[in-house]
Design a protein around this ligand. Sequence first.
Ligand code: ADP
Ligand code: MG
Length: 395
Amino acid sequence: MRLRTLRDLEVEGKRVLTRVDYNVPLQDGRVADDTRIRATLPTIAALRKRGARLILCSHLGRPKGQVREDLRLAPVADRLSALLDIDVRYVRDITGDEARTMASQLGPGEVGLLENLRFDPREEQNDPEFARELASLAECYVNDAFGAAHRAHASTAGVAALLPSAAGLLMEREIHALTRVLEADEHPFVLILGGAKISDKIGVIENLSRRADTLLLGGGMANTFLKALGYEVGRSLAEEDRLDEARRLLSLAEQRGIEVVLPSDAVVAPELGAVEQARTVPIDGVGPDDAIFDIGPDTVARFSKVIGDAALVVWNGPMGVFEVPAFREGTRGIGQAVAACPGFTVVGGGDSAAAVEELGLADRIDHVSTGGGATLEFLEGKELPGVQLLMEENG
Ligand code: ADP
Ligand code: MG
């Protein structure tokens, strides 16, 4: 199966409905972080250069099928106009008269933006009539919203079946990098997992442990594994109801011949706010009144050595509560090791991507995935509806 890309689509002079992910944080009526907008610029530039008439569409937040003044896309249109240095034609309408007029008046290379798709309840219902209304605005369809590809909505799934369609450049890059992971035959393959809970990551562990050689576990979820193995974890975040699950995953890894490495030391404190009491202890030295908030320096050194020898690294989940500077060093250390690794490196997950951006390491990582839930579902081996429809058999 092959992904249809912009090269497969005749867009010259055509009206191209382009689904993007402009679900950006807003503050005081302005875009607070335009990373997701900038990520779509290559696709927009490529389409404009070919004389396409772009009709961009996105969701923003969770308006649940109602018009919400604070979730209009006007601030996005302003930011996009500034980035492109053109006047983006934003309409406060999705498929009505205003939208149709805008679409019909766009000239080659011009860009329009529809209102927040989720103001219409039919978007999330993948309503066929709504998909037809969207499709009628354009002659072809490009999906560049990888972050929304795990949802079968009208703008991600319904419309793709109605028009000649293809993946945008951002979508294409995501699929290629993540497919390389799923089909990995590069060894050593090191999988690094952290973050809050194992319950969010069970599918990823089950699927990627088929191919990985080493599994490095940190973050809050390592606490559940440690507890399952009989270690004292005190007041740490740990999932009491997942201890059996943790033991099952450990024996699955053993059956598959994967080495699982847990933290050997930790940064602990009585509570998150008590940073002045933070101290590093060996992993068997955690007291009943301690909570683990980061991996310690010995763990960073041991993990870094494994990462340095890897041909392929996949990292999801911060190693500690990186939002608090006192508990950021573990995530920084692992981030630096991943950045320095000569193998192919992929970071996925909303918080993980934010962490490597904040630490200034993103440029040195081969692929920082823009999808949160979509990335995890892809790595679990699930078929994403938004992606499936862009695939072509016998291509
Ligand atoms: P991602 O979004 O990259 O998939 P997660 O959402 O699973 O990552 O996890 C990120 C969260 O995990 C962060 O908010 C971080 O503070 C939290 N976290 C990491 N380690 C710990 C820990 N030891 N105790 C509590 N929370 C933790
Ligand atoms: Mg998260």
